[in-house]
Design a protein around this ligand. Structure first.
Ligand code: SAM
Ligand code: SF4
Length: 265
């Protein structure tokens, strides 16, 4: 699929839940998010149908995200169903890592090629503060589990205030160097204020080469993180909603009401 600006759109990010086992200060409200009604959330059948429709339209790269994807009940069944779809060359997941000791091997077996793990500081007190209560040892155990599970690639996402020279970021860079893991530094964004940055060491935020669409856990397809334009797969059908999103994809984003925990980053 090519959009109006001749960008090849072949990457779909699917948020499988808004819920999370952490409460990062830049992502979630302290009290968490209100539980959506069961019927609002896409079923596994619907998610599979969307991904199949997307692959038919030319998507060959899929990332599962959230919220925290690993807190969705029975996530391995969903991953297995997506992993079995012919035509996906690259299936990845973005996770805070906390549940990876439990799930890493099974995710690999279910067809996940690559994992991104989000860690913003190795300092236990800072990690607890940033995640509002998380334990960095758990995320680090998740990194170990991912490394042992034999994924093609394990990366770390590290959210920074401004520069990778900040003390927290330096601790994470050290982990990357020790373990031979790539670290992507993501400057804190604010969709509402239109504060938008390119990912350091990644492809995110490079509008001229943006290749992605995003689907929320309630079935809306967003062509751009920094735009409120979206199309409902339930109202339009998956193929039409995806095609409409590609057609409407803006040259670059400006601002939006999107929340990271909902749209998945
Ligand atoms: N829970 C998973 C995790 O944390 O990796 C997946 C969902 S999370 C919304 C996806 C990515 O978005 C994470 O790497 C997170 O650090 C990043 N993120 C969340 N809020 C952000 C913000 N305000 N600015 C920049 N990145 C953000
Ligand atoms: Fe949860 Fe990920 Fe958001 Fe942190 S960034 S609150 S781990 S969804």
């Amino acid at each position: 699929m090519f959009d109006r600006f001749q960008r090849k759109i072949h990457y779909l990010r699917v948020s499988v839940t808004d819920l999370c086992n952490l409460r990062c200060v830049y992502c979630m409200p302290a009290e968490g998010v209100s539980l959506k009604r069961h019927e609002e959330i896409l079923s596994f059948e619907e998610i599979e149908e969307i991904v199949r429709a997307a692959v038919d339209l030319g998507i060959d790269k899929v990332r599962l995200t959230g919220g925290e994807p690993l807190v969705r009940r029975d996530i391995l069944t969903l991953v297995g169903r997506i992993g079995a779809i012919q035509g996906i060359n690259d299936l990845s997941i973005t996770t805070n890592g906390v549940l990876l000791p439990r799930y890493a091997d099974a995710l690999r077996a279910a067809g996940v090629d690559r994992v991104n793990i989000s860690i913003d500081s190795l300092d236990p007190a800072r990690y607890r503060e940033i995640t509002r209560g998380g334990r960095v040892e758990e995320a680090l155990a998740g990194v170990e589990a991912a490394l042992n599970a034999g994924f093609e690639k394990v990366k770390i996402n590290c959210v920074i205030n401004k520069t990778p020279d900040e003390p927290d970021a330096i601790t994470v860079a050290g982990l990357g160097a020790r373990k031979g893991i790539e670290v992507r530094f993501i400057r804190k964004m604010d969709t509402v204020k239109g504060e938008f940055w390119k990912v350091i060491g990644g492809h995110g935020g490079h509008c001229a080469s943006c290749n992605r669409l995003r689907v929320t856990s309630d079935g809306r397809v967003f062509p751009c993180l920094f735009s409120d334009i979206c199309y409902s797969v339930r109202e339009m059908g998956a193929a039409d909603a995806l095609a409409a999103a590609v057609e409407a994809k803006p040259a670059s984003g400006i601002r939006s009401n999107n929340q990271f925990y909902s749209i998945g980053g």
